[in-house]
Design a protein around this ligand. Structure first.
Ligand SMILES: Nc1ncnc2c1ncn2[C@@H]1O[C@H](COP(=O)(O)OP(=O)(O)OP(=O)(O)O)[C@@H](O)[C@H]1O
Ligand SMILES: O=C(O)C1=C[C@@H](O)[C@@H](O)[C@H](O)C1
Ligand SMILES: [Mg+2]
Length: 177
């Protein structure tokens, strides 16, 4: 048990803009340290038996955000998870509180162009409309990611593999993994 354990929870949350590499990082660290990893978008999909895209289309973003918060709440009973979060998780102030309450939050602070390149093959993303919209969204979200972050990692110009090793080291140093 480390001093970072809060309310019996010791999860590590990864936040950042779309395509930053949150899911890849959680998966890589999970394999390296034999820790379970989950993704909030997949948790919502599993709970609802639907896809994020369909949920946005059928019920709108507001309902999706409620479901996202419910999925986060659902992690209270679990231990030691690596959690990759939906890119918009910080839009809901309660989610920032929940992450602080349940563990440690890492912000992957990346370059917008890298994000856009990394998602270019995804054609079903309700969060992506245009490069201009993405730039505005990142400007709006950066302070929210910073508010959520216990640790900010500058991932500009860094390969997915190097990000995994860097973050592994930073978490090990803090006794969080
Ligand atoms: N090792 C890698 N080398 C190059 N590209 C990769 C690598 N791993 C992932 N990618 C690409 O980068 C994209 C984004 O990575 P990832 O899904 O981990 O980001 P994310 O932050 O979880 O994105 P999302 O906003 O979709 O949840 C992947 O869809 C994939 O196309
Ligand atoms: O950035 C966002 O607003 C989103 C990101 C995705 O992970 C999904 O959570 C959904 O498409 C919304
Ligand atoms: Mg992801």
């Amino acid at each position: 048990m480390t001093s970072a354990v809060k309310h019996g929870c010791d999860h590590v949350f990864f936040v950042g803009f779309l395509g930053a590499g949150k899911s890849t990082l959680a998966r890589n660290l999970g394999r390296m340290f034999h820790r379970r990893f989950v993704d909030t978008d997949r948790l919502v999909e599993r709970r609802c038996g639907s896809t994020v895209t369909k949920l946005f289309e059928e019920f709108g973003e507001e309902r999706f955000r409620e479901l996202e918060t419910a999925a986060l709440e659902g992690l209270r009973g679990e231990r030691s998870l690596l959690v990759s979060c939906g890119g918009g998780i910080v839009e809901t102030p309660r989610n920032i509180e929940l992450m602080h309450d349940m563990g440690f939050c890492v912000y992957l602070d990346g370059d917008l162009d890298d994000s856009l390149r990394q998602i270019r093959r995804s054609d079903t993303r309700p969060d992506f409309r245009s490069a201009e919209h993405a730039a505005r969204l990142l400007e709006h979200r950066r302070p929210l990611y910073e508010q959520a972050a216990d640790l900010t990692v500058d991932i500009r110009g860094t390969s997915f593999t190097d990000v995994s090793y860097t973050v592994a080291e930073l978490l090990l140093e803090r006794g969080l993994i």
